[in-house]
Ligand binder design. Structure first.
Ligand code: SAM
Ligand code: SF4
Length: 343
């Protein structure tokens, strides 16, 4: 049948077409799913190995000038108690992560203009000086010049998701955004030499398997290095608060297809997956994923960074358990003393 032919193409190193990816994403039944996940897992093992990279995010501000329909941090959500971490607090948190052995810190926030170009540059430079960690920025859309200057200051990676390549859906859920500008931003990141992160949300209103297949080919065409794939999770106080969450199985199939098509990339087992199903991070690790992002925001702010409701807290212990359960390896540089009980 169709799926068998597609997996044969994978085995023979033949590039998959949009139709092939749709076949993967439309498959169902344990037998078919297992053969898809197995193929992706073999590809993952062959190209990136068994170590699960552990990164840590500091969500340093939940203030946002935008109104994305899906996101709990959107500016019109008045039920959110807003916060900003000052520069010293961010640096202190980063130093703790360094002690834990973390090598990449992700600085994430709403689109918060209080963090001017100069402030972000100061944060990057101080973290570099004090910890020498790699820095991923996830702070949304900025100008070409800003991306350039952040890179020159020492930022290594950037995470800016297209969310969906279906222009119609993109427009419906992004009242402030222009699809073409978003793509431009991604191109600028590439031009400036960032390790370029992108990604999508699975289960947006009106999204089809073909839309998702097109997302994957977009990541390929753009030369993306890191793909964050998360199910939609409803957030209270948003226009989509009663819309059903994205399907875990579809998310896992997308992870697998992304591994099969893009091959040598970072794919996180996302927090959004863990939020819907506590075993889903393990399943993602066994379907092509190779990274886990810890939530390392200071606890007094954590509950306020509610991009969606019931957001799961992924700490080092959670990540460790998932890695072991998936039969994989922790990075040797992680300080295991920071795991409260490593049983
Ligand atoms: N403001 C920056 C931006 O939008 O790129 C960074 C922070 S934003 C909260 C990070 C990611 O959260 C977005 O790219 C989006 O994919 C994800 N996100 C937000 N709300 C979500 C929801 N309800 N379900 C799933 N993912 C969501
Ligand atoms: Fe703001 Fe990012 Fe949430 Fe959109 S997804 S509302 S830009 S924090």
């Amino acid at each position: 049948d169709d799926l068998i032919n597609v997996l044969k193409k994978v085995e023979n190193g033949i590039e998959l077409t949009e139709d092939d990816i749709v076949v993967i994403l439309s498959s169902s039944g344990d037998k078919n799913l297992n053969s898809i996940f197995k193929a992706a897992d073999e590809m993952r093992k062959a190209v990136v190995g068994d170590i699960v990279d552990i990164r840590a995010a500091i969500e340093f501000s939940n203030i946002c000038r935008k109104n994305c329909f899906y996101c709990g941090l959107r500016r019109d959500n008045l039920s959110v108690e807003r916060y900003r971490m000052d520069i010293d607090e961010i640096i202190q948190t980063a130093k703790e992560l360094k002690k834990m052995g973390i090598r990449t810190v992700i600085l994430q926030s709403g689109e918060d203009p209080w963090y001017t170009e100069n402030k972000i540059i100061e944060i990057i430079k101080k973290i570099k000086k004090e910890t020498n960690m790699r820095i991923t920025l996830s702070i949304g859309e900025r100008s070409y010049e800003e991306y350039k200057h952040f890179r020159e200051a020492g930022a290594n990676n950037f995470l800016l998701k297209i969310e969906t390549t279906n222009r119609e859906i993109f427009k419906n859920i992004h009242p402030d955004d222009d699809f073409d500008y978003r793509v431009k931003c991604s191109e600028w990141l590439r031009e400036n030499g960032y390790v370029n992160g992108n990604g999508n949300i699975i289960g947006l209103p009106g999204q089809t398997a073909r839309d998702i297949a097109k997302d994957i080919l977009f990541f390929k065409d753009m030369g993306i290095h890191m793909v964050g794939i998360g199910p939609f999770v409803p957030a209270t106080g948003t226009p989509l608060e009663t819309y059903p969450h994205g399907d875990v199985e579809m998310t896992l199939k997308t992870v697998a297809a992304t591994r099969l098509v893009l091959k040598n990339v970072f794919i996180p087992a996302t927090t959004a997956l863990a939020t819907i199903d506590k075993d889903a991070q393990v399943k993602a690790l066994m379907a092509g994923a190779n990274t886990i992002m810890l939530i390392s925001t200071p606890s007094k702010y954590r509950s306020r960074y509610k991009i969606y409701s019931n957001k799961n807290m992924v700490d080092l212990q959670t990540a460790y358990r998932a890695v072991i359960k998936a039969g994989r390896k922790m990075p040797p540089y992680i300080n295991l003393e920071y795991i409260k009980d490593s049983e």
